[in-house]
Design a protein around this ligand. Structure first.
Ligand SMILES: *Cc1c(COP(=O)(O)O)cnc(C)c1O
Length: 438
């Protein structure tokens, strides 16, 4: 396999020196200028993905389409500024994300507050800060919202998260649409009816509609059509049996990205147009007025806009067994392989014209045998201390899942826009690490 065949996104290229380029810039230059480990993010790609979602939703549903960025994928102030400029809405799942968004002057009315366990403190914080929507995950929280809203003399908008009962055949850890999921109310057990009836009886909320999110890393428009069908049938049932017309339906996130060259490509614009045709036909046939339809992608907005650069340290060859290539980061900045064996493409940034002739496990520097960024990747056998390796598609769920395990400072995030770089999140210093210690 040649590294030329492993350029999984169009923002990856090889220049005439045989170096990997990201967003048009030589990655060795990036490593020299910013040091490693560093997360790089291609801002033009992020904006391009926002525009694909926005134009697809507008073409499919006119003014009833709405694109929401699921900000847990990558949450920091500059991301919310970009989303504000791109006229996106955002999902948030914690007070920390709400606070970050507000501090970046993202309009709180355009936030959807998810989470399967919102505390009274979270709810009060969100209501006081005028967060636009609560996505209801359980009965206790709905009652708490009603109670706290009454105390604050507000009437927050809510949508109810329903579990349509779909097995998406994706990884267990990221499948969320099945009946036994931690999230949401299942239709088939009657739980969805119970919460709907309760919501209709409460005075201090505005009940707007329904939400579902069936999984992640999905490539099949069929999954969205099946969940739309179940949700629209449910909306008809609620209209006919409880007299409530839902004005919002959120079909969740989950579109897949390419981590490996063997992953399929997906035309998200066409996919949404296909789902849109289905939804409009369904509404027409069933005499249902088209409600507002939203999608809330996270990964597909930011994942392939990201690339992490590391410097190689120790190369440990155990003949007949395994070769380790250690890098100066690891599970503290990218926990996804350690957590659920997520695949990644790893490239030798300075040696892209060489052959990958040494099967290697790319490991980090944390004190855990499980601190693996990616096993079984092919590296040139002369890879050595000081070389740069690039891990592709790290824009989603890397920085946002980073920890300080082993007291490693979190790396900086450097954005690239129109061929120019700037620091979007500063790297932590040693003093930052002890800042909360007494
Ligand atoms: C995580 C999540 C998303 C985003 O999923 P992606 O796979 O990143 O697109 C959307 N909606 C909900 C409710 C989520 O939990």
């Amino acid at each position: 396999m040649s590294y030329k065949d492993m350029l999984i996104c169009k923002n990856l290229q090889i220049n005439d020196k045989g170096h990997l380029c990201f967003a048009g810039i030589d990655t060795l230059e990036l490593a020299k200028q910013y040091g490693t480990p560093t997360y790089f993010m291609d801002e033009d790609r992020i904006r391009e993905m926002c525009n694909i979602y926005k134009s697809a939703l507008e073409d499919a549903f006119k003014e009833k389409g709405r694109a929401i960025y699921a900000s847990k994928a990558a949450s920091f102030k500059q991301m919310y500024r970009i989303m504000k400029e791109e006229d996106m809405f955002c999902d948030v799942v914690s007070v920390g994300e709400i606070y970050t968004a507000i501090k970046a002057e993202f309009p709180p009315e355009k936030l959807y507050f998810h989470s399967n366990n919102k505390t009274d403190y979270d709810i009060e914080f969100a209501i006081k800060n005028n967060v636009g929507f609560f996505v209801i995950d359980n009965t206790e929280e709905l009652l708490a919202i009603d109670r706290i809203a009454e105390k604050l003399n507000k009437q927050p908008q809510i949508i109810i998260r329903v579990t349509p009962g779909i097995d998406t055949h994706t990884f267990e850890a990221v499948a969320t649409g099945k009946v036994d999921s931690k999230f949401g109310f299942a239709i088939e057990t009657g739980a969805a009816d119970e919460i709907t009836k309760l919501a209709l009886s409460l005075k201090n909320i505005k009940f707007m509609g329904f939400h579902c999110h069936v999984g992640s890393q999905l490539f099949d428009s069929d999954v969205y059509i099946r969940s739309a069908e179940i949700m629209l049938n449910y909306i008809i049932h609620v209209r006919d049996d409880f007299g409530f017309s839902a004005s919002m339906l959120d079909l969740g996130g989950g579109y897949g990205v390419r981590y490996l060259e063997t992953d399929p490509t997906i035309d998200i614009y066409e996919n949404i147009i296909t789902v849109g045709k289905y939804v409009k036909d369904f509404c027409e046939k069933n005499n249902l007025e088209l409600m507002q339809i939203s999608f809330e992608p996270g990964r597909s907005i930011v994942a392939d806009a990201g690339l992490t650069l590391y410097t190689v340290g120790n190369v440990k060859k155990i003949p007949g067994f395994i070769n380790y290539v250690s890098c100066d980061g690891g599970m503290a900045d990218n926990v996804r392989f350690a957590m659920y064996e997520a695949p990644y493409t790893v490239l030798p940034a300075g040696d892209m014209l060489k052959n990958g002739d040494m099967k290697s496990s790319i490991v980090g520097r944390c004190c855990e045998s499980g601190d693996v960024i990616q096993p079984d990747v092919l590296m040139p056998s002369d890879i050595k201390r000081g070389d740069i390796v690039a891990v592709c598609t790290t824009g989603a769920y890397n920085y946002s899942m980073a920890s300080n395990y082993n007291r490693l400072p979190k790396p900086q995030v450097v954005m690239i826009r129109n061929g120019k770089t700037y620091v979007a999140v500063k790297g932590e210093t040693l003093d930052d690490l002890i800042d909360c210690d007494i």
